[in-house]
Design a protein around this ligand. Structure first.
Ligand SMILES: [Zn+2]
Length: 232
């Protein structure tokens, strides 16, 4: 099963375009390196332009996450799964808790190279960087958030996990932006069935509790539970 699936994926890869292998984090060939991060060339270029503009307004845009591989996402998922179940949570409850902020491997937008987590380097020495409160009120990243709200669209960047009560899925993440000109097309190309088949072939801890029905609901409520500007 696993071998034949990888063979099919390899054949698709040979076509040289963006395909499911790039969208589930097992092929990095479409990416370029910026600092220590990997992004698509278009996302990197747009980010640099935005960074230069922000700097003129006193905001020092700083990447804290960009591309992340399937293997890395698997580590994150399994670390949390092991910890939560060791604390006594039942497997399904542990998975629901993971899904507040972390994705199932193969479904992260960070696999694509179009999505970034950012902070402001003018507010150094922050422990636990990515907390929503830090981006509001008197928080250290409130100026960054205000600047991005006013300017990010000019460079193609949009918040993904907005603070919108009608949105389903992952919690509000004021640090996570997506490069819409590419990410919108990537989402359209994303094939949840192939992603599921690959995920099931790997044997990720807890994956026996993730059925096809679970995956289907997760795809609609989480993967597509994003800022509507990125889906319509
Ligand atoms: Zn993120």
């Amino acid at each position: 099963m696993r071998r034949s699936l990888i063979f099919v994926l390899m054949c698709q890869m040979a076509m040289g375009q963006i395909n499911i292998t790039h969208l589930i984090g097992i092929d990095e060939s479409h990416l370029t390196t910026l600092e220590t991060y990997q992004l698509t060339p278009n996302t990197a270029e747009a980010f640099c332009a935005m960074q230069a503009a922000a700097l003129q307004d006193g905001i020092d845009l700083h990447l804290v996450s960009a591309y992340r591989s399937f293997v890395r996402q698997q580590q994150i998922f399994e670390d949390k799964y092991t910890r939560y179940t060791a604390e006594g949570q039942m497997p399904k409850a542990a998975i629901q808790r993971i899904l507040e902020y972390s994705t199932i491997p193969g479904t992260s937008r960070h696999h694509w190279g179009t999505d970034i987590d950012i902070t402001d380097a003018n507010a150094p020495n922050q422990k636990r960087l990515l907390v929503p409160e830090k981006f509001h009120g008197n928080g250290p990243f409130a100026p960054l958030h205000q600047w991005m709200q006013a300017n990010a669209h000019r460079f193609g960047f949009y918040l993904v996990y907005t603070d919108d009560a009608t949105r389903t899925g992952f919690a509000y993440e004021p640090w996570h932006y997506s490069y819409l000109p590419e990410a919108k097309a990537f989402l359209e190309q994303y094939d949840p069935n192939t992603a599921y088949a690959f995920f099931k072939s790997i044997g990720v801890a807890g994956s026996e509790h993730i059925t096809r029905d679970f995956w289907s609901n997760y795809y609609h409520n989480y993967v597509k539970g994003i800022n509507v500007e990125l889906t319509e």
